[in-house]
Design a protein around this ligand. Structure first.
Ligand code: ZN
Length: 84
């Protein structure tokens, strides 16, 4: 979270109008770390990614990605947001 190395960090995202639904977090390969549900401690699932994109005029943080995670067991357990 505190790491601010570089602009795009070499992330490769399949971008469709700046959004990617499902799939794996791009940092999954480099940072073995995951959100866990605050309610039931289940590893949370990546719901979708919103990438900074000129086309959609979306800017996330310092030209990063916003990732939304949800609990796979019960969506009412809430969401976790990560700006990368
Ligand atoms: Zn849960």
């Amino acid at each position: 979270m505190e790491e601010t190395s570089g602009e795009d960090g070499g992330d490769v995202i399949t971008r469709v109008a700046g959004c990617k639904f499902g799939g794996w977090p791009t940092w999954h390969l480099t940072e073995p770390w995951e959100f866990r549900c605050r309610e039931c401690d289940t590893p949370m699932r990546l719901l979708f990614t919103v990438a900074s994109d000129h086309t959609t005029r979306i800017t996330v943080g310092r030209w990063g990605d916003l990732r939304v995670f949800s609990c796979p067991r019960d969506i009412r357990h809430g969401y976790e947001l990560d700006v990368h």
